[in-house]
Design a protein around this ligand. Structure first.
Ligand SMILES: N[C@@H](CCC(=O)N[C@@H](CS)C(=O)NCC(=O)O)C(=O)O
Length: 277
């Protein structure tokens, strides 16, 4: 792992890092905040949305004051493999910057687009080997990364203590962003899609009894709310399955990091409580 740059913030150390990933077959970038002190500290993984790199959350979310206060490491990976020789698409919602936290099964995406395996395998191992962690972790994210946080937590409940999301794509099999990405990365057979749909996973009882509560914040003035995000599908699924879900509709807030900065302290506290239980 190579350190690109490092800053002290709220007494802790924030590093931008780069490493060669065996999973994606590319160089991958990430940021890691480690609080002051020797630790060990629990880990909170952040997954960003469409068009983002590790930098958007790191510079805009304002999460490190709360992370320092609660003694939590925060890791923010890039949203996809990148570089020459990596498949891409001119659209903002496909290809580089739009990895959707799944392992592609279709050409031309298969060799590098393996973001599920990257996050739950290599990234977790890298952090536990390179930093003073307790070996416990939680996950949260925004939009495409909210979908990533929810689905990875539901698919791998043994790896995470808690999960939360901002404006998640609640049911990618039932919205244009998800239908487009899943068609390309997973193919036309919708049977392969269901296992990567948070609402369907919850409805099917994927992690019932594992997570006491799932915290979701959603801005009511988010331009993607009705067509893409559909938190009502998450809510209906949770009610049907008896899954704890706190969906907070936030009047006036949009889809931006200003919205997330306004509520990120609540999310860090939500996870810190569960990581230290
Ligand atoms: N049309 C927008 C859609 C993408 C978008 O809103 N991305 C969200 C995540 S889904 C984001 O976090 N953008 C980066 C930022 O606000 O820093 C764009 O191209 O920026």
């Amino acid at each position: 792992m190579e350190t690109i740059k490092s800053h002290i913030v709220y007494g802790g150390t924030l590093r931008y890092l780069k490493h060669d990933s065996a999973t994606t077959g590319t160089s991958m970038t990430l940021s890691v905040f480690v609080p002051a002190g020797e630790g060990p500290f629990p880990v909170l993984i952040w997954l960003s949305g469409l068009t983002c790199t590790e930098d958007n959350f790191t510079t805009k979310a304002g999460a490190y004051k709360a992370a320092a206060k609660h003694g939590v490491i925060i890791v923010a990976p890039d949203t996809s493999p990148r570089g020459e020789g990596v498949a891409d698409d001119p659209a903002y919602d496909m290809g580089q910057g739009a990895g959707f936290y799944i392992d592609a099964t279709q050409a031309p995406w298969t060799p590098h687009f393996r973001m599920e395996s990257y996050v739950v395998g290599e990234l977790i191992a890298l952090i536990d080997a390179g930093f003073p962690t307790t070996g416990t972790r939680s996950v949260f994210g925004h939009s495409m990364g909210g979908h990533g946080a929810l689905t990875l937590a539901l698919r791998h409940p043994e790896l995470f203590r808690s999960v939360s999301a901002f404006a998640p794509i609640s049911s990618p099999t039932r919205c244009p962003w998800g239908e487009k990405a899943f068609s390309a990365y997973l193919g036309a057979d919708r049977a392969a899609w269901a296992g990567h749909d948070a609402a369907l996973l919850i409805e099917g009882g994927a992690a019932t009894g594992v997570y006491d509560d799932i915290l979701v914040d959603q801005g009511e003035a988010d331009p993607f709310l009705v067509e893409q995000l559909k938190p009502e599908l998450l809510k209906a699924a949770a009610e049907k399955a008896g899954q704890g879900l706190t969906l907070r509709m936030q009047p006036g807030y949009d889809h931006s990091y200003f919205f997330m900065a306004s509520f990120v302290d609540d999310h860090v506290a939500f996870h810190a409580t569960r990581l230290k239980a």
